[in-house]
Structure formats: C-alpha cells, structure tokens
Design a protein around this ligand. Sequence first.
Ligand SMILES: [Mg+2]
Length: 393
Amino acid sequence: LEVWVGESNILHADLDAFYASVEQRDEPRLRGRPVVVGGGVVLAASYEAKAFGVRAAMGAAALRRLCPHAVVVPPRFAAYTAASRAVFEIFADTTPLVENVSIDEAFLDVGGLRRLAGRPEAIGARLRARVRQEVGLPITVGIARTRFLAKVAGRVAKPDGLLLVAPDREREFLEPLPVALLWGIGEATASRLAARGITTLGDAAALPVEVLAAMVGAPTARRLRAVAEGREIGRTGGGPRRRSIGSQNALGRRPRDAAQIDAILLAVVDRVMHRVREARCVGRTVVLRLRFDDYAAVTRSHSLPMATAHTATVLAVARALLAAARPIIEQRGLTLLGLALADVDGDTAVQLVLPWAAGAETDGLVQDASDAVRARFGSDALRPATLLGHRRG
Ligand SMILES: [Mg+2]
C-alpha cells in the first residue's frame, strides 16, 4: 500500500439539499421548484428555495415571508434512510476508509488507492457520477490534505460540484473565505470582526495574534490564525460517539389521546433541549423511546444531516417518529415516553456543520430569552403555551 502523506487524499462527500433532493427525485413535478421538507419548521430546502433565503430550522412564518410559493412536503424518513444506505454502499465500494459524519455526509480516505483507482480527483468524479446514476441524487465532493480543508472545499463547491485544493494552494484558497466559515465564529463574533474591517480569513491572518485576541478572545484568535495558515485544529466530525442527553415521562396506565401524548412529547423535548443548550451542546440524533402496557419497549431514532440545539427542529423529528409509531401505540397503550438527543458534542466544535444559523435567528432569540428566564427563576418559570393546563411530571 502506498501512502501519500501530505497529498490531497481526503474526500468530503456531501449530498446536496438531501431530503429535498430525494423529494425532487421521486416527484418530477417538484423539480426546478422551491421545495421545502418539513411542516412547522424547515428540515431541508431545495436550492431553488435556498435562493430565496430559506434555510433549515426556519419557522413557518419566516418561510411564508421569504418564499410564499414554496412547495412544502412532509418528511419521508424511510425514503431518506434508504437513499442514504445506497449512497454509503457506493462510498464503501470506493474505499475501505470511510468515516461516517451524518446521514448524508462522509469523509473518504483514498490515499492508498492511486495505483488501483487513480488520482483523488478522478475517484471523486467517478463517485459523483455513480451517486447520480445509481441513486439519482446530486452530491458535492471536496478534496484536500485534511478533513477540515476537504469540508471547506466542499462548501465552496456546492451544489453539485467538485473541488480539489492542492497542498501548495491552501493559503491562497483560504484567504478570501469569510471568517464565519470557521467553527467557533458565531454571528456576533463575525459582526464584531466586520466592524473592524476583518471579513476574511486572510484579513485575520494579517493581524498580530494579540490584536485579534483582544477582539475575539485568545482561543478563537489562535484558531483563526491556525486555520488561515493551513494548520488544522480540532476535529471536523467522526471520532468516538458522544454521550446523549435525555429525559422521560411515565404516563401511568390511563389511556391518552393523540393531543395529550403530543403535549407530553412537547414537554419532554422542551426539557431535553433546555438541558442541551445549558450544557452548550448540539446533537444530531433524535431518539424516541416508548414503553407499552405490556412493558415491551421500542426505540425509534433519526439522525439529522447536521447537529442542532434547536427545539423546533428536534420536535419536528420527534413528532414524525411518534406518528410512525402511532399504530403500535394505539394497539398496546403507551406508559412511558422518553426522548434523547444523541451524538452530542460541544457547540463550538461543530458550528462548521451548521449552515442554518441565519434562519434560526428569531427562534434562537426566543430560546435564549426563555433559557435566561429559567436560569433565573427555575425550570418551571416558562413553558410552551401548549403545555399550559397540562401537569408536568
Ligand atoms: Mg448535505
């Protein structure tokens, strides 16, 4: 096995607007139109919808304002899971070194394959063609020396593109990119930097690190410099599975109707997401646990394309999982409902994989405010209005 250290051997492969692309693939009348997957909250938006500023995690009001003619379709998680499986089979067929990042995204190390399969760029092009032909979906491939750079290359190449960053072009590639591309740089930090005329990684790299540290703090300043200079810091995904944060409600044995069960779900989601944000974490996998009258229990889970601390997003997924389990609930009687957010990670480590910050603004503000109230007055001080009249616990 030849190992080409220091070459651009890492592929980051990421399906474009995954859920929305599956809908457009399966329903020809949706092609070329702004498609939004979700209901109360946007889970995914097609590129036609993104052109109007629609982003994942956006609420219904913002969606109506930005893109009133969007075609909104309910999620079909079974179809997404099947598509994901087919794509990951092509990944596994490409190289044995696949690092799973999420349902629609992976890193592939193709460094040892040059003799067998050719150069990484050719491997990436072939991978894209196969996913298009065999699964019917657009996928973007970024190629670089490190996972971080491969991921950034993919972001620049999106949608439906391929971009290779050669090792000797890394600085040149990074310098014009916006500082907000870096995880740990939120909107507040980015606008603080912009006020001082620093908008690109190159601007940041040109400043003495002490000056930068005075603006954004030493750790962020060090990271900005390291990235701008092509030295990778931190992980971009993968690695060991992280812990989960969860909560559950025992319901007793009296029968509950769908509205009551939904109110309980809302309370549990609200509680879990409050703890997730309090721990300054984000998570990617929503796990719903149900126990029945006969003590049998089932678990249903779904992994989002990106990590979140957003209540409405997690609630939308939890509701879809609950709806899918409706027949078994009606048959057997629900006695316990639990929910966990798994694949949880610190929120600064994953901001790069959150392309939806813009859409979450308003909801984020409401969340921050309610978290602040609860921090001061206790966790019962504020609850979603739908929970009024329902006892907690
Ligand atoms: Mg994707």
